[in-house]
Design a protein around this ligand. Structure first.
Ligand code: GDP
Ligand code: ZN
Length: 299
């Protein structure tokens, strides 16, 4: 256990203080594994000399979890009190991966989190390339907001900055899609990680995977979190996967069988909608992938 890993960076007014959680926060069954997460609001006791302790974690309005790595998996809260997720993809280099986007969107639905899709690197495709326009229309038709962006031309940067103001947002997407570049374009000079969280309760069982919390001048906070593949899908039972697809959810009550998994059951309203094009193959394939993972207990 590292000594410095017992402390958390806490924003108190305009200052960021390094404070230690009270030992009792680690006791009790529920708190034992994960008493404090990035984004938590806490009650602190200050000693008047720039130090102090974290006395209490206030109730969370939302949380984003995943199963911990290793044996005896338990829920690991990645971020607390989130307002929205920015799901970042590149339209080229690397190619947009709709199945991963759909998986993350499902995780957002599970958590009740508003999701905004960012399609970065639009400068890499010619203006008449149908790709970005196609994907934008595809996701807007499902009701999601899409922001095409480029850190090279500056497209979309003002819109993203406005979206982030006064909210706690998580940036998720594969590495290499341009998350750090976008954040630097949104706020040049941004470098300070103010929210590395305590690793104390992990007791060296995991490699350090801190999420960090960045503070923007416009009152926004952004978490850049690793491990996004199964983002938000912790412990979802197979039967509940379908309702995380916004366009499948209203169809499900019309399936003949209450326990329909929409794979090949007779009288399935989802299969009928895929057949006549009301649901796209792409989205349905993504559903099947996540369903298979849920059935194997891999989520
Ligand atoms: P991250 O891993 O998601 O944080 O991605 P980075 O911000 O590190 O960017 C990965 C690579 O993509 C870097 O070489 C960036 O220079 C490049 N990149 C980021 N944004 C853009 C963009 O809008 N257009 C182009 N052409 N390249 C970009
Ligand atoms: Zn069905």
């Amino acid at each position: 256990m590292r000594i410095d890993s017992k402390r958390c960076h806490v924003e108190v007014g305009d200052a960021v203080l390094l404070l230690s959680p009270q030992g009792r926060l680690f006791r009790g069954r529920k708190a034992a594994r994960n008493p404090i997460a990035v984004g938590d609001r806490v009650r602190v006791r200050l000693d008047g000399e720039g130090g102090g302790s974290i006395e209490e974690v206030l109730p969370r309005t939302s949380k984003l979890s995943r199963a911990s790595a290793g044996e005896g998996s338990f829920e690991q809260v990645l971020v607390a009190n989130l307002d929205q997720a920015l799901v970042v993809s590149a339209v080229a280099d690397p190619e947009l991966q709709p199945d991963l986007v759909d998986r993350i969107l499902a995780g957002c639905e599970r958590e009740g989190l508003r999701a905004v899709l960012v399609f970065n690197k639009v400068d890499l495709v010619p203006p008449d390339d149908p790709g970005p326009g196609h994907w934008r229309a595809f996701y807007e038709a499902l009701g999601y907001r899409v922001v095409p962006a480029s850190t090279v031309t500056g497209q979309g940067i003002d819109e993203l900055r406005d979206l982030l103001a006064d909210r706690l947002s998580v940036f998720c997407g594969l590495s290499g899609v341009g998350k750090s570049s976008l954040l630097n374009a949104i706020q040049p000079g941004l470098a300070l990680a103010v929210g590395s969280i305590s690793e104390r309760w992990r007791e060296g069982r995991h490699t350090t995977t801190h999420s960090s919390l960045l503070r923007l001048d416009n009152g926004g906070h952004v978490v850049d979190t690793p491990g996004i593949r199964n983002f938000g899908l912790w412990g979802v039972p197979p039967r509940d996967v379908g309702e995380l697809w916004v366009e499948l959810e209203p169809l499900i009550p019309q399936c003949r069988f209450a326990d329909c998994l929409h794979v090949r059951e007779p009288g399935c309203a989802v299969l009928a909608a895929v057949e006549d094009g009301r649901v796209t193959r792409q989205r349905y394939e993504s559903y099947l992938e996540v369903l298979a993972d849920a059935q194997k207990g891999r989520l």
